[in-house]
Design a protein around this ligand. Structure first.
Ligand SMILES: [Mg+2]
Length: 229
């Protein structure tokens, strides 16, 4: 494997920097806004159902999340909620769009050591403008040869990325926290994929399964990559 890898791609949210805890914090505040209608947990479930229903229309990211929160207000209040709640929800969404970028442990050290030896790439889902903002505020842009902000992370999306990079799957290593989005499609294509779990994962990305694939690396921290390349 050591000699084969030419391109190392990194997922961004919860791999390079903190993301899911921010969504959870905002969701918590949103559920509190609706506690006159439903208990916290039920609002949360309703919101998740709405997100799953709309994913094919909105894609991933904060703006779709805001629309889903507003739709959830309509649902749980049976269209009787005061517009004030919508205003507060939009404020919550805008708060989420302005969260600081907190890099995860080891990220800078890993990028610093890999720079120049490999072509480094970011492969992330989410809203274009928001992901661009996060990348800019991360101060990591100079490490990367290419940034791919993807609508989804399915096999065909990775195929497109590999084609763009003119990279064969066996020369490609992806690092990320989501088994479903960062690992399985890459292994399926014949590439290498390293899973670095984050302490919390969005329910939609959660996938528990054992993976039998010679291209798969299970790591505890991002720095463990140096045991493999
Ligand atoms: Mg991620």
């Amino acid at each position: 494997m050591k000699d084969k890898i030419k391109v190392v791609a990194f997922d961004a949210d919860d791999t390079l920097w903190v993301n899911e805890p921010y969504f959870q914090e905002i969701e918590h505040k949103f559920c509190a806004l609706l506690e006159d209608y439903l208990p916290h947990h039920d609002v949360s479930q309703e919101l998740f159902k709405t997100e799953m229903k709309n994913l094919h229309l909105y894609g991933y990211g904060v703006k779709g999340f805001i629309l889903c929160m507003i739709e959830t207000i309509c649902q749980v209040s049976n269209n009787t909620a005061n517009l004030d709640l919508v205003g507060k929800t939009i404020q919550l969404g805008q708060e989420l769009l302005q969260k600081p970028i907190v890099l995860l442990d080891g990220v800078v050290e890993v990028l610093e050591k890999l720079k120049g030896k490999y072509t480094l790439v970011v492969a992330t889902k989410g809203d274009l403008l928001d992901q661009e903002r996060k990348l800019k505020n991360s101060n990591l842009l100079d490490y990367f040869h290419h940034i791919e902000i993807m609508s989804d992370k399915k096999i065909e999306d990775y195929q497109k990325l590999l084609k763009h990079l003119n990279c064969a799957p066996e020369n490609f290593l992806m690092l990320g926290n989501s088994i479903k989005s960062d690992i399985l499609p890459v292994l399926e294509l014949g590439g290498y994929a390293a899973h670095i779990p984050y302490h919390t994962t969005w329910a939609h990305e959660e996938q528990v399964q054992s993976i039998e694939n010679s291209g798969f690396l299970q790591m505890k921290t991002i720095a463990e990559i140096f045991m493999h390349i």
